[in-house]
Design a protein around this ligand. Sequence first.
Ligand code: HEC
Length: 88
Amino acid sequence: MNKAARFLLILIAVAVAAEQAWLLFPVAKRMLFPPIEDAAVAGQRVAVRLGCFSCHGAEGSGGIDNRGSSNKVIPALAGGEMMMWASS
Ligand code: HEC
């Protein structure tokens, strides 16, 4: 193989490698740095799975009738004091 043919072969190999790296970059990036799910989105997913919205209303907006209790309505899931929810 003469010098020109070897140079052309190396050039093609570099071009193919560069294209492969370009195509695989998004996949590698996602594997190395997985996207972090927003905490609010993760919490909503858990609440949907556990059925919290069946009583606390759509999106936890509350206001559903709870006759017989002192509150009269089921409270919304938003608001309140931090001390109400944190154990430490
Ligand atoms: C069967 C109906 C029902 C389901 C299902 C339910 N809740 Fe409730 N929740 C209530 C009622 C009724 C109250 C009010 C209790 C009271 O005032 O003593 C309440 C109160 C609360 C409160 C206190 C709100 C406040 O402002 O006082 C929070 C927080 C809460 N629920 C979270 C949840 C979560 C999280 C889920 C799902 C894991 C859930 N609830 C599922 C009926 C329900």
